[in-house]
Write a new protein. Structure first.
Length: 283
């Protein structure tokens, strides 16, 4: 009897101990849920700091114009038609160079990624080009092509195709070999293999390279438009520098930044839609 009582007492004590011990919640290790309009928080904070600095006199307007001055100047440039005309020219140049760079980068990546001979011939020179900034080639391109549109678009193309090639090539080489063996087993033709295995497998790498490429396009455009151009946002900024018009220079810089941010946002949206099957920390 005493043994049964001791056992019962021990069971009840164990139950009380378990009840008293708080249940530990599992700690979330990921970054958490996406913040709505989170991409706009950083730029808005930057604008707030800029506005406060201008309002209290921390920023000299001769060095950095106030946001409201930039807005007024933008309105004047739009009323004159100068902003629309130069923006159209810059967009056409960036789009032409980006399009040519994407085509060139993808074709070279396919030739190098699907053939050992292609890799031996192409990969080395492209890695050399990767180590040489496109802007360092400007003097040579000016000698070869002059200072016209061909030189500008070629410079943008050279800045774009390298990230497209690198990330697409890496995406090709990281395709699971089991898919290749399966394609051989079911007897896929070369074109079917490229369409059903290679292109879907390389898509994540290509889209990542595209994000770098759109940024490279705008960076190259900033420089080439300030070399004896007669139109474009860079030309407008260079002309403003000559006359000491800081507000117009800031308008150009803000415009370049907005164009780059919108371009990257568009690629990220495409990336999210095209790669819905992936589960990552960003989800």
């Amino acid at each position: 009897m005493s043994g049964s009582l001791a056992t019962l007492t021990g069971v009840r004590a164990g139950e009380r101990e378990q009840t008293a011990t708080p249940v530990r919640r599992r700690r979330r290790l990921g970054p958490g849920k996406p913040i709505r309009f989170g991409a706009a928080i950083g730029p808005v904070l930057l604008l707030v700091v800029w506005s406060i600095g201008s309002a209290v006199g921390w920023l000299d307007p001769r060095v950095l114009s106030a946001p409201w001055t930039v807005v007024t100047t933008t309105g004047d440039l739009i009323a004159d038609g100068r902003l629309q005309s130069n923006l159209l020219t810059s967009t056409q140049r960036a789009a032409a160079g980006l399009g040519l760079g994407i085509v060139l980068g993808v074709v070279l990546a396919l030739l190098s990624g699907l053939s050992r001979i292609g890799e031996a011939v192409l990969d080395g020179p492209i890695q050399i080009k990767r180590a040489i900034p496109s802007l360092a080639l400007l003097p040579l391109l000016i000698l070869w092509l002059g200072i016209g549109e061909s030189m500008k678009i070629t410079t943008i193309t050279l800045g774009v195709f390298v990230p497209i090639y690198l990330h697409t090539h890496n995406g090709l080489r990281t395709i699971d070999s089991r898919y290749v063996e399966l394609a051989q087993t079911v007897g896929l033709s070369r074109w079917e293999f490229v369409r059903k295995v290679v292109l879907p497998g390389a898509l994540p790498g290509f889209l990542l390279g595209l994000r770098f490429a759109v940024t490279a396009a705008w960076l190259s455009l900033v420089v080439v438009e300030q070399i004896n151009s007669t139109s474009g946002i860079g030309y407008m900024m260079e002309l403003a520098r000559t006359y000491g018009q800081t507000d117009i220079i800031i308008v150009g810089l803000v415009l370049y930044g907005v164009l780059g941010l919108l371009s990257d946002g568009a690629v990220r949206l495409i990336q999210r839609r095209a790669l819905t099957w992936r589960r990552t920390l960003a989800d």
